[in-house]
Design a protein around this ligand. Structure first.
Ligand code: SF4
Length: 638
């Protein structure tokens, strides 16, 4: 495969074309120093076979720190820790690149010790509440020096390459874009003047690193905003970068204002930025890297074969499965654990200031703590419930050598996650369930479908350990008329849309209700979402929520917030808003008000003194990521 042919970035040879794309992790300490956790995470990705590891943004100045536990490149005291990171990655046969970065206006004030964020001009980013302060000329000159010093620290630490982060709406991008740079001095006003800040940074870094050093630049070749940077502008920027002696260009897209193009959720098609890399490749001769939900080996190979890019950068695909490169090379494509674009563990955690993890890979960021080792004593393990949590528990227990039986009362595996995969924008979930099913079969797990464990047959079960993963059932609120036959649950609506009439009221507009609304709108129904809270889909991950709300608006959903359903009448629902009642005529009512735990078997397990663990919704109704991670940990404990 072309993926596994070597390539040069300037004088640097990479053993293959697979690059870990830089992603913030929040694994550094509060001062920006490398920790064991951060090192373990990158070492695991180097062990998996990636040719080049590009580490997360290293901030070059305290005011440019994009989060609380971001890695720093702003002080010399950090070099020793970085050196340890570089040596560890080198010892696994991979090359390693630093990324030098300043967040500019895309920052929260609690990351900057209360100081005002800075930018090219005083224009706020859409996602941030604070108007940034316009940088003065002497401050810009100081920042150019700070970038140069960060490059020098990278060299001192032994990094093989340095990447300047000029993409995603961060400070350098803020100078490049006519939307965020309204300056009239030598740093703004024309294309060339908007480019000056980047030009000076490149020159200063080359002075620190030497002209031949593999210096790369990452750009957003389209902002996807009218009036912003277009691919044509991106090509002009790329030509200049080549003229200045930059050795490769990493082509991304979007800013925080178009964050769904920067960090794409599953509703955005795979490979959605590849056309940008292809466009840049037409403009330059230096190597070009493509990125953006390239999550399957076939797509990665095709991009190279068709000459659309020279390098394939993968972020979340390698978070989900660090062994992606090795499995690809060995032809074990079906063993690759797929990133499904859920954003629950990566961006979802980052957004809340937490260390990142991954829904499908609980070991991400816990490589040292969560090692799957052979069990000391082989046990008979019964797992009750074939949702993703139960399946993950079965996978880990079987990997450790236990004899595992998985009992599922329905005629298929997947539980609620199977239903969640039915809306058009959520099909990627299926890839993960298929992966789990394949792994369980490969590991010899006894899968019993149509097999309900009841209080009666529970006592006959011969197992040393039971994992209770029985999930939950839809909550049915006590509303007059709730038992009418045209009242169904969201799960029923998803599984059997033919049972849903033309005019639908969905009671409850959390993410389940809102996604069911989009599913029914796609099938031509007239849908009204009714929610007691002031907002809808408040439990959804922010980027997914943005796309979901946009789709609901475009597809014509009627949305009623701060509204309570007080009765279900013949031909309609009675609702109350601000003390006033009204009737909404509908022919179907869909309930999406939450889940209650299926914990009926717990008492018997206690009576029988069986060792058991409760995971997922049958312990506490929550998100899929919780169920999967609890399943993983249960599999590890037995
Ligand atoms: Fe992909 Fe979801 Fe894992 Fe993020 S949390 S890497 S989106 S599977």
């Amino acid at each position: 495969m072309m993926l596994f042919t070597p390539i040069h970035i300037g004088p640097l040879e990479l053993k293959n074309r697979i690059v870990l794309a830089p992603m913030a992790t929040h694994y550094a300490d509060e001062t920006g120093a490398v920790t064991d956790r951060l090192k373990d995470y990158y070492v695991e990705r180097a062990q998996g076979g990636s040719g080049l590891i590009i580490v997360e943004s290293g901030y070059i100045h305290p005011l440019g720190r994009g989060g609380t536990r971001r890695m720093g490149l702003h002080e010399d005291r950090l070099i020793a820790g970085l050196k340890g990171l570089v040596e560890s990655v080198h010892s696994e046969g991979a090359r390693i690149c630093s990324q030098i970065h300043h967040a500019g206006r895309q920052i929260r004030v609690n990351y900057t010790n209360g100081q005002y964020p800075v930018s090219a001009s005083s224009i706020p980013a859409a996602m941030e509440a604070v108007v940034p302060r316009t940088l003065k000329i002497f401050e810009i000159e100081e920042l150019v020096e700070a970038f140069g010093r960060a490059a020098r620290r990278s060299l001192a630490a032994g990094f093989d390459a340095v990447l300047i982060h000029a993409a995603h709406g961060y400070l350098i991008h803020q100078f490049l874009s006519p939307l965020s740079n309204l300056r009239r001095d030598r740093y703004g006003g024309t294309f060339s003047r908007r480019l000056r800040f980047l030009r000076e940074i490149v020159l200063r870094c080359q002075e620190s690193l030497g002209k031949d050093f593999p210096l790369m630049v990452r750009i957003s070749a389209s902002e996807f905003i009218p009036g912003g940077i277009t691919l044509k502008d991106g090509q002009k920027i790329a030509r200049r970068l080549e003229e200045w002696g930059v050795k490769a260009i990493h082509v991304s897209g979007g800013t925080h204002d178009t964050v769904e193009m920067e960090i794409q959720p599953m509703a955005i098609p795979r490979g959605c930025l590849v056309h940008l890399a292809e466009g840049i490749k037409k403009a330059v001769r230096i190597p070009v890297g493509a990125v953006g939900r390239i999550v399957d080996p076939g797509m990665a190979e095709e991009i190279l074969q068709k000459g659309k890019a020279d390098l394939i950068a993968m972020g979340r695909a390698l978070l989900a499965d660090p062994e992606f490169p090795r499995k690809t090379q060995e032809g074990r494509w079906k063993d690759i654990r797929p990133c499904i674009g859920c954003l629950q563990g990566c961006h979802g955690h980052l957004y809340r200031g937490l260390p990142i993890t991954c829904l499908v890979n609980p070991r991400a960021g816990m490589e040292r703590e969560y090692q799957i080792k052979a069990a000391e004593k082989k046990k008979r393990v019964l797992i009750i419930g074939g949702g993703p949590g139960g399946m993950e528990a079965a996978r880990v227990a079987a990997l450790r050598g236990h004899e595992v039986t998985l009992a599922e009362k329905r005629n298929h595996l997947g539980g609620q996650f199977d239903l969640a995969s039915l809306p058009d924008g959520k099909r990627e979930i299926r890839a993960y369930l298929d992966y789990l099913t394949r792994q369980l079969k490969k590991l010899g797990v006894q899968i019993r479908i149509n097999h309900e464990i009841t209080p009666e047959n529970m006592r006959e079960v011969k197992a040393d350990v039971v994992i209770l993963a029985a999930g939950g059932s839809p909550l049915v609120p006590a509303i007059p008329g709730i038992n009418r036959e045209w009242v169904i649950t969201a799960w029923q609506a998803l599984a059997q849309p033919e049972k849903v009439g033309e005019k639908v009221a969905i009671v409850g507009a959390g993410s389940v209700g809102a996604e069911t609304a989009e599913f029914l709108l796609d099938r031509g129904r007239d849908v009204t979402l009714i929610e007691m809270l002031p907002q809808i889909a408040g439990d959804a991950e922010t980027i997914n929520r943005k796309v979901l709300l946009r789709n609901l608006g475009e597809k014509g959903a009627q949305i009623r917030v701060l509204t309570k359903v007080t009765g279900i009448l013949p031909g309609g629902v009675e609702m109350e808003f601000g003390g006033r009642k009204e009737i909404l005529p509908v022919d179907t009512v869909v309930l999406a008000v939450g889940t209650r735990a299926n914990d009926g078997l717990e008492a018997i397990l206690r009576e029988e003194s069986v060792e058991f663990y409760k995971i997922g919704d049958c312990a506490t109704p929550g998100k899929a990521i919780d169920a999967i991670h609890e399943g993983f940990k249960a599999g590890l404990r037995i």
